[in-house]
Write a protein of this length. Structure first.
Length: 164
């Protein structure tokens, strides 16, 4: 019977942890493997490159973040209350991270976009897709017709878009 391994999951978790703490370029495959407790051969069995792991980390983090955002944005209250709840939850995550590590990690997606988007097209494209999805989550939360204030915050459109 073939042996099953949780090595892939451990590598993704190690990637989430390390890429959230330090610049992408400062983290090598050997360090990722050591943190995950897998050998280098296992890394290349699961991922052809560090970039492939980074994309899996991005997808994992987005699946989690998307769930948090959807729960808040589709929750009770006016759109303004839900946006404030989203900002409060984001701030609390940073406070919690700072309490645990002594420093503020910032946004995994934003940090990766700033560091590698001009050098790594697949990562840049995936991050852009996520940023677009984030905009759509904010733009189109489920309607709350029973709340008169729910339509008090409208998306801003540029002058150029209004002239069309």
């Amino acid at each position: 019977m073939p042996r099953t391994s949780d090595g892939r999951e451990r590598l993704i978790e190690a990637g989430v942890e390390l890429f959230s703490q330090r610049p992408y370029g400062s983290i090598g495959v050997a360090e990722l493997c050591a943190r995950a407790g897998v050998n280098k051969g296992s890394f290349y069995y699961f991922f052809p490159s560090k970039e492939a792991l980074a994309l899996a980390v991005i997808d994992r983090h987005w699946a989690w973040q998307q769930g948090v955002w959807a729960e808040i944005l589709n929750g009770p209250g006016t759109i303004l209350e839900r946006l404030r709840a989203l900002f409060a939850a984001t701030a609390q995550m940073q406070i919690d991270a700072r309490t645990g590590t002594g420093w503020v990690a910032g946004c995994l997606f934003g940090n990766l976009a700033l560091e590698v988007s001009s050098q790594n097209e697949p990562v840049r494209m995936r991050l852009q897709e996520i940023f677009d999805e984030q905009i759509e989550l904010i733009r189109a939360p489920s309607p709350r017709p029973s709340s008169p204030a729910s339509s008090s915050v409208r998306p801003r459109t540029s002058t150029a878009r209004r002239r069309r």
